[in-house]
Write a protein that binds this ligand. Structure first.
Ligand code: PBG
Length: 323
């Protein structure tokens, strides 16, 4: 036998020497959930180890992450039902929980990177990412709300704005608005290929943001489709996105590769709440080894072509020295 591929696997040193794909702290983005009040830290039942924090505790959490070299955060607000309305006005109200959280994090840790989520669902009494009219999700009217939200996030100090709503034309709309208002330095990480996935279940539980009626299939993508992702990628690129994101990650590794091959923009992937819940449930049952399964998942997402990974595992992998 002239070729014996096993020779390249014969020792730990050689295996490490030849490893193509690595995950580092710098690649990771940690999603954090914010709730109103003081001294609050409530665990999300379907996401063991993940909490909703009031702003005071959020700052403590950010500080402990920063010490581990984890410096990028994606913030999500849990809004009380009474503050929700049809037009999601709480999403851009001066003094709102979310805007105060962004300000607090950026004021206390100016060197960190704050990513903000632009979509109506956490603030919408309908639980949808757009304005609901007679059961229809209005596209162009929703852009105005998303614009107000993005602008409020930029004013509060967001480094990167991440529209997760899947309305058509929103990247271009937000880019133009930010530029016109003097925020040409604020980046846009677009949820380019966001699928209508079952794996968002635990996140919706965390925020109480599930749709009251219907589903999200008229705006989020059909899991059976791949070519549509390329249409979205081309549009986002043309509209001025700085980074393209695929979501979820693990069931859509082929989409990550497809977009990474098609575009020269950096690609990110969102290892979503249901992917986290699935792994944790098996680990808790003793069915999977925690360190090995978590690092294998993150490595595979990088190998598929994602440079940055949004993941609920971000802190634990660093805390436990798993990378
Ligand atoms: C909402 C939004 C969702 C997630 C991020 N932003 C849920 C949804 O679209 O219903 C999901 C994240 C996760 O599951 O971890 N715009």
């Amino acid at each position: 036998m002239l070729s014996r591929p096993r020779r390249n696997r014969k020792s730990e040193v050689i295996r490490a020497m030849l490893q193509e794909t690595h995950v580092t702290a710098a690649n990771l983005i940690f999603p954090l959930f914010v709730i109103a009040g003081e001294k609050q830290k409530t665990e999300i039942a379907s996401m063991p180890g993940i909490y909703r924090y009031s702003v005071d505790n959020l700052l403590r959490e950010v500080e402990s992450c920063m010490k581990l070299g984890l410096k990028s955060f994606d913030l999500f607000p849990s809004i009380e039902e009474a503050l929700k309305d049809r037009l999601a006005t709480e999403s851009y109200r001066e003094g709102s929980l979310y805007l105060e959280a962004i300000k607090a994090v950026k004021t206390n840790f100016p060197e960190c990177c704050v990513i903000t989520d632009v979509a109506m669902d956490p603030y919408s009494s309908d639980g949808h990412d757009g304005i609901v009219d007679n059961g229809n999700i209005l596209n162009d009217e929703t852009l105005e709300v998303l614009g107000l939200m993005a602008l409020a996030h930029a004013r509060a100090g967001a480094d990167i704005i991440a529209p997760s709503d899947m309305m058509d034309g929103r990247v271009g709309y937000i880019r133009e608005l930010l530029d016109a208002k003097g925020y040409s330095n604020v980046s846009i990480m677009s949820y380019t290929a966001k699928y209508a996935s079952a794996f968002y279940g635990p996140f919706r539980e965390a925020l109480g943001s599930a749709p009251k009626l219907g589903d999200k299939k008229t705006y989020q993508m059909n899991p059976g489709n791949k070519r549509e992702a390329l249409i979205e990628a081309r549009l986002d690129e043309k509209e001025g996105a700085d980074m393209l994101m695929v979501k979820p990650a693990l069931p859509y590794l082929d989409i990550i590769k497809e977009i990474a091959d098609a575009s020269d923009l950096p690609v990110a992937a969102y290892n979503v709440s249901g992917e986290y819940a699935m792994l944790k449930a098996a680990i808790r049952n003793g069915w999977l080894d925690e360190r090995k399964s978590v690092t294998e998942v993150l490595t595979s997402i990088r190998r598929a072509g994602a440079t940055a990974i949004l993941t609920y595992h971000a802190k634990e992998v660093l805390q436990n020295g798993w990378l």
